[in-house]
Design a protein around this ligand. Structure first.
Ligand SMILES: [Zn+2]
Length: 378
């Protein structure tokens, strides 16, 4: 069977995603979800004129009963008529996901819980705990420099009961150039003191201190759960040059003895660096999410680049969908279509057998995530 046929019917494990908005969205609301920018499209332009915008019209329009490539106005009219609940259910089911691993660090009253998302998708839901959010909760609830490490450890243990992984957004907060050793208790106390004073003054406890972030990451590793790390592009808070996963080399070498899988998320435009890290470090894995949606029709080229160096057992599918259910639908569809095209061309050129292509499709689409996050034991 061609790889594209295998992928067409393969239930996927989405190993990194977020909740969807439960509210009714107008055009501006939908367009906001199609970009990593926090600014609206400049006057006279639209976010539908992007690769992801084209992908929504190509893949989501038929799910809502329209022809592929229906224009944005027609699509939005049908979406509004069906309502958020029904269009969300249709779009999530169309993604054909067996499991969703949900980063619960982004929160809001309008955002679905992991259980709500899983229910709408007809999938099993799993929680991924964001380390920096737990630290900020501890600070907000009231702690001291001396008790921060213990309070964080206790809250993290509670938050991660039943979770499948922890995640760090160090790239957003201090950059990925993390030293290759665990910080000492006295250093953590000093850094926590400065951060807590600053938070008190600002009235919010946004964790940016590199040392406290490092402490949180090491404490997360102590749990023995896989560690996800944001790398590469994201919203405009990220300093792209500090989110290159190659900066993590010392850190990755230092944590290797912990025996915990590390999964580099997103990676683009550094997916080639991530691929190298996944090749040289036994515990390191790479992800194709986020970029998959944003490169749209460019997905075959992007996935082919991911496959240049990454061992096939180290690459994981995800959508990194957030807010819009469309992004689950497009992420899954683009993966199936583009990965199928890449693998079928390998078969056509004699680079691999049909059986090899089928095995690689199953690994990247689902089996690698099942192994890394031990989903079968849950
Ligand atoms: Zn994400």
């Amino acid at each position: 069977m061609p790889a594209s046929d295998v992928l067409a019917g393969l239930p996927l494990v989405d190993h990194h995603c977020h909740g969807v908005l439960l509210t009714e969205l107008d055009r501006a609301g939908v367009e906001r979800g199609l970009t990593e920018s926090d600014a609206p499209a400049p006057p006279g332009t639209t976010m539908f004129d992007t690769p992801v915008g084209l992908a929504v019209r190509r893949w989501c329009a038929p799910v809502l009963g329209l022809e592929p490539h229906a224009d944005a106005a027609a699509y939005l009219a049908v979406r509004a008529r069906l309502g958020t609940a029904e269009s969300t259910r249709r779009l999530l089911r169309a993604a054909l996901l067996s499991d969703v691993l949900v980063d619960t660090g982004l929160r809001g009253p309008d955002l679905s819980s992991p259980a709500e998302l899983a229910e709408a998708a007809g999938a099993r839901g799993h929680v991924v705990v964001r380390l920096e959010s737990v630290a900020e909760d501890v600070a907000r609830a009231g702690t001291t420099a001396a008790s921060f490490a213990d309070d964080f450890g206790e809250r993290l243990r509670r938050a991660s009961a039943g979770a499948v992984a922890v995640k760090s957004i160090a790239a957003y907060r201090c950059g990925l150039d993390l030293p290759g050793h665990r910080p000492h208790d006295s250093e953590v106390r000093r850094a926590a003191a400065a951060w807590l004073v600053e938070g008190e003054q600002e009235g919010r406890w946004r964790l940016r201190d590199a040392l406290v972030v490092r402490h949180c990451v090491w404490a997360g590793l102590d749990l023995g759960l896989p560690l996800q790390i944001h790398t590469g592009f994201g919203d405009r808070d990220v300093r792209l040059h500090r989110s290159d996963p190659a900066l993590l080399a010392d850190f990755l070498a230092a944590v290797e003895p912990a025996g915990v899988p590390v999964v580099l998320l997103h990676c683009h435009p550094y997916h080639r660096q991530a691929a190298w890290l996944a090749q040289v470090f036994p515990h390191v894995h790479a992800d194709v999410g986020l970029a998959l949606n944003h490169v749209g029709a460019g997905a075959p080229g992007y996935l082919a680049e991911c496959l240049e160096l990454t061992p096939f057992a180290k690459l994981l599918f995800s959508t990194d969908a957030f807010g819009l259910p469309e992004l689950f639908c497009t992420g899954a569809a683009l993966f199936r279509e583009a990965f199928g095209r890449v693998l079928d061309s390998w078969i056509a050129h004699g680079a691999c057998s049909t059986a090899d292509a089928e095995r690689i499709a199953r690994l990247v689409g689902a089996a690698n995530a099942r192994r890394v996050y031990r989903l079968e034991s849950r």
